[in-house]
Write a protein that binds this ligand. Structure first.
Ligand SMILES: [Zn+2]
Length: 380
């Protein structure tokens, strides 16, 4: 297959008059249009944008389904829904829950085949339960606990857990990080009251991300820089951000991008099952959630995930920061790929990379989504 007639955002340049030549599930070459071999199987971008597929490292659910449902149908349906919003791969994200519920969700993803018509799941993001009771957000406070090797050993053995959000100040957290890093697992600091110094120590142990920066963490104070101060200043840490205009003020999104640069910011949705569905009553991690005007809250008023989509948060971050699409796109593609050890394979349009490709119009609406060389979505 070939993709023709678009503005191709590659790592080095925006190419026009070029054709992307696919071979199976990979990008074979990107060549000047006149030198492309003839191929009847062509997708015409009609002069619009051709970008790498989006990667969402923090997403609980969508379209009525949740990772904690622990069924293959839920994961497959989530993949289909996310693909409509330009996502080609994602990390189904668990909630704090009793050990057996988390284990079920993990083993479900481990055994769930990739959908033929949606985004790929590339492993599990375990958010909690080793989180601070002072910063639970919408995580069920009763089930928050200290890191327990007899529980997390299973996560390692599953070989599908790729990212763990942990409050590094908890007793046993640094041991968990040490052991997980040896297994190739990434760690995100989140739902945490870690001091500035504890953030640096966590980074020394291998933590490389911050979970939904600003939300669920100790904020800035000029005599106590807190978790946020550490996250903003520690260059080793990528900052996830929910740029939905609800979880974070537009100015704070701009501040994060300015402090860390576009090569250290990861756009996430943190979406829940209500994403893609009307306002109403839903649930998240065993707690009732009410969605009004797309804003999700638990009974005490805390924000409870989002109904955001990756194309939406990308549009927002461009609006909030004034960045162009080529400037902003890494935050939804190559940066999460790098942070999840997928550099070169995912999140870039270059020969040898997986053919995960999205066509966008000038309004950043998704026109088509291609996952590993297969067109899984086309707007009508
Ligand atoms: Zn969270």
């Amino acid at each position: 297959m070939q993709i023709i007639n678009g503005k191709i955002i590659t790592p080095d340049a925006v190419l026009t008059d070029h054709t992307i030549v696919l071979e199976g599930d990979r990008i074979h070459a990107i060549v000047p249009a006149h030198s492309a071999p003839s191929d009847p199987d062509r997708l015409d971008a009609h002069g619009q944008w051709i970008v790498p597929g989006f990667i969402d490292v923090h997403v609980h659910g969508g379209d009525g389904n949740d990772t904690m449902d622990a069924t293959p149908t839920a994961i497959q349906a989530m993949g289909r829904f996310f693909a409509r919003h330009g996502v080609t791969s994602y990390f189904p994200t668990t909630m704090s829950a009793p050990a057996d519920a988390i284990a079920r969700a993990i083993s479900n993803v481990a055994s769930c085949p990739q959908p033929q018509d949606g985004a790929q799941h590339l492993g599990v993001h375990v958010e909690g339960p080793y989180l601070s009771k002072d910063f639970p957000g919408a995580q069920l406070p009763d089930v928050l606990r200290l890191p327990d090797p007899s529980e997390y050993q299973y996560w390692f053995e599953s070989e599908v857990v790729r990212l763990i959000t942990v409050a590094p100040e908890l007793p046993g957290a640094l041991g968990l990080i040490d052991e997980g890093v040896r297994q190739g697992i990434e760690f995100a600091i989140g739902h945490s009251g870690a001091s500035y110094e504890q953030v640096i120590t966590a980074a020394d142990h291998g933590a490389r991300q911050a979970t939904h920066t600003y939300n669920g963490m100790l904020g800035l104070h000029h005599r106590n820089p807190g978790t946020l101060g550490g996250v903003l200043l520690e260059d080793r840490i990528y900052g996830q951000i929910i740029s939905d205009g609800i979880h974070t003020h537009p100015a704070m999104v701009k501040l994060l991008v300015r402090a860390k640069g576009t090569d250290r910011v990861i756009l996430i949705t943190d979406a829940i099952r209500a994403a893609g569905l009307p306002d109403g009553d839903y649930d998240l991690g065993e707690q009732p959630v009410t969605v009004r005007d797309g804003v999700c809250r638990i009974a005490n008023g805390s924000l409870a995930g989002s109904t955001a989509t990756m194309d939406g948060v990308l549009r927002n971050v461009m609006q909030f920061t004034g960045l162009t699409l080529p400037e902003a796109i890494p935050m939804a593609t190559s940066v999460p790929a790098k942070a999840m050890n997928l550099a070169g394979r995912k999140g870039v349009l270059q020969p040898g990379a997986d053919a995960d490709i999205v066509l966008l119009n000038e309004a950043i609406d998704v026109q088509a989504t291609i996952v590993c060389g297969r067109v899984v979505y086309q707007s009508s």
